[in-house]
Each structure stands twice: as C-alpha cells, then as structure tokens.
Design a protein around this ligand. Structure first.
Ligand SMILES: [Ca+2]
Ligand SMILES: [Ca+2]
Length: 147
C-alpha cells in the first residue's frame, strides 16, 4: 500500500478531527472584567490598589476547585489561588491590594499595581499550568475592560 506524504496525512487527520469539535468551546472559567485603572489618582493606597481587580467566572454548572490556579499579567506578576472552590455560575474578584479573603473576593496582597493603565493581558491558568482564558486591552480611554 502506498503511504501518503506526511503533510497530506496530517491534513487528512485534521479534516477528520476538527468537525467533531464544537465551533467555539467557551472556557469553563472565564475572565469577565479587568478593572485596570482604579478610581482616582494612582497613589498606591491600599484602597486604590483594591480598586484595581480582575473578575473570573465559573461558566459551568458545577463547582470548580481553583486550588493552585493562577492569574498572571503580561509582566509575569502571578497570583496563586488558594482555598477557593468556585460555585457554578459564580464570580471571583481578585483585588490587587491587601485584605481578608472571602468566598467571592480574594486579595493579591500587593503594595503596587498589577494592571497597567495603557495595555496589559490577564491570563488564567489551571493548577497544571494550562491556559484557560486570557483578556487583553490597549486603551487609556477606559478604566476597565469587559472581556
Ligand atoms: Ca486611577
Ligand atoms: Ca502589568
């Protein structure tokens, strides 16, 4: 039997495989908002730092254990989620400053901003480091981005 050239074989495999996938698979956990320019002057007060946040959303109908998941910016600042099981259709807000973690809000604990006012990208990865969702922006005309 004549073997197909490699490229053709790969193309054939892809042609068979792709149609079986949904046209668009929405991430199980989605970044819904990055509030990157906190209200008022950016004087690094804890209130101002906490005015900066990213919100993620469990789009599924089951709870997801976010232990070990990370939120990262373009520079590489990383927040690792601990002790949060996000209920079905629930949101978790990660504020940049310091505070007491709750079920719907957790604190990065930084004394400096994470999300650049001009442009940045938020990445959410699961505990195994797989990229689950990202949200980028590049405008100073707005203070936040709905993803
Ligand atoms: Ca500001
Ligand atoms: Ca940044």
């Amino acid at each position: 039997m004549r073997s197909l050239p490699l490229a053709t074989a790969a193309l054939t495999a892809a042609a068979v495989f792709v149609p079986s996938l949904p046209a668009y698979a929405a991430p199980a956990v989605q970044i819904t908002k990055v509030y990157y320019d906190s209200p008022g002057k950016d004087l690094r007060s804890n209130t101002s730092l906490n005015g900066e946040y990213v919100t993620i959303y469990n789009a599924t109908t089951r709870a997801i254990d976010l232990e070990g998941w990370t939120v990262k910016d373009k520079t590489g600042y990383t927040y690792t989620i601990e002790g949060v099981i996000l209920g079905a259709k629930k949101k978790l807000t990660i504020r940049s400053g310091q505070g007491s973690d709750g079920t719907s809000t957790v604190y990065w604990g930084r004394r400096a901003y994470v999300w650049n006012n001009d442009e940045d990208v938020a990445y959410v990865r699961n505990a195994r480091g797989k990229l689950i969702d990202s949200c980028g922006y590049d405008s100073t005309r707005y203070d936040y981005k709905n993803c």
